[in-house]
Design a protein around this ligand. Structure first.
Ligand SMILES: *Cc1c(COP(=O)(O)O)cnc(C)c1O
Length: 235
């Protein structure tokens, strides 16, 4: 169970570690996520949680699909955010804008084992350099500009906050969570779709998740706010 700030209570993590008993699956890994739902996780908590994992002999993994959003939002180096973990995965698509790709980062021995699993699971690729080139381009050109996505998300949240009926959480990064009245959620989604504005709803029914990225500029944000204002003005 997540705490309101997105963390897991250390006692809950500890309670979830199964005893060394042949009746149970072995608990092997603590996997955390940063950013989580667009929220930047506190490094002090991560240090405590990963230290707890190591005391119990667990591996540690960071799902860093959106770790560069945390880097840009906090100005903390990615090496610093990754340091407490054995491995970290980073998505090159999503906000970084490469067409495909996620990389797993860790020490050579562990990555060697991961390669073996990837091969066994049919995930190997040949001549993947063309994809790697796109990933390198994304890392070299599209990290600093995540700040634009964060500014666009903030503007979106501020616009929504002005609209009666919406409950908005101010974003740390590029994901805006908006609560829509249950009885209007479906009609709202349809009204947006009619204006070719795509959103992901279905998180708890009325919870919507708006994501900005390099294809969503400031003009698109204003269009989304205007369409939302029009819908809710109709009451
Ligand atoms: C997208 C995403 C993944 C999966 O990334 P792939 O590129 O499909 O491997 C994992 N975790 C989070 C938080 C994501 O957003």
């Amino acid at each position: 169970m997540h705490q309101p700030d997105g963390t897991l209570a250390l006692a809950d993590i500890e309670a979830a570690i199964k005893p060394d008993d042949a009746h149970y699956a072995r608990t092997r890994l603590l996997a955390l996520e940063n950013t989580l739902g667009g929220r930047v996780m506190k490094l002090t908590w991560i240090a405590e949680a990963t230290a707890l994992a190591r005391r119990h002999g667990l591996g540690t993994h960071l799902d860093g699909a959106r770790v560069f959003n945390a880097v840009v939002a906090t100005n903390v180096d990615v090496a610093e955010i990754a340091r407490p973990f054995d491995t970290i995965s980073v998505c090159l698509s999503k906000g970084l804008g490469a067409p495909v790709g996620t990389v797993l980062v860790g020490e050579a021995e562990l990555i060697g084992r991961a390669r073996r699993h990837r091969k066994a699971l049919g995930g190997g690729m040949r001549q993947a350099g063309i994809l790697a080139a796109a990933g390198l381009f994304a890392l070299e050109h599209n990290v600093a500009r995540l700040a634009e996505d964060h500014a666009n998300a903030r503007r979106l949240a501020e616009g929504f906050a002005e609209i009666d009926g919406l409950t908005v959480t101010m974003p740390d990064t590029n994901i805006v969570w908006v609560k829509v009245p249950a009885e209007r959620a479906i009609a709202f989604g349809e009204a947006l779709a009619a204006e070719v504005i795509g959103i992901t709803s279905g998180y708890g029914g009325t919870e919507q998740r708006w994501v900005t990225h390099l294809d969503i500029g400031a003009e698109a944000v204003e269009r989304a706010i205007a369409a939302t204002e029009r819908f809710f003005a109709k009451g």
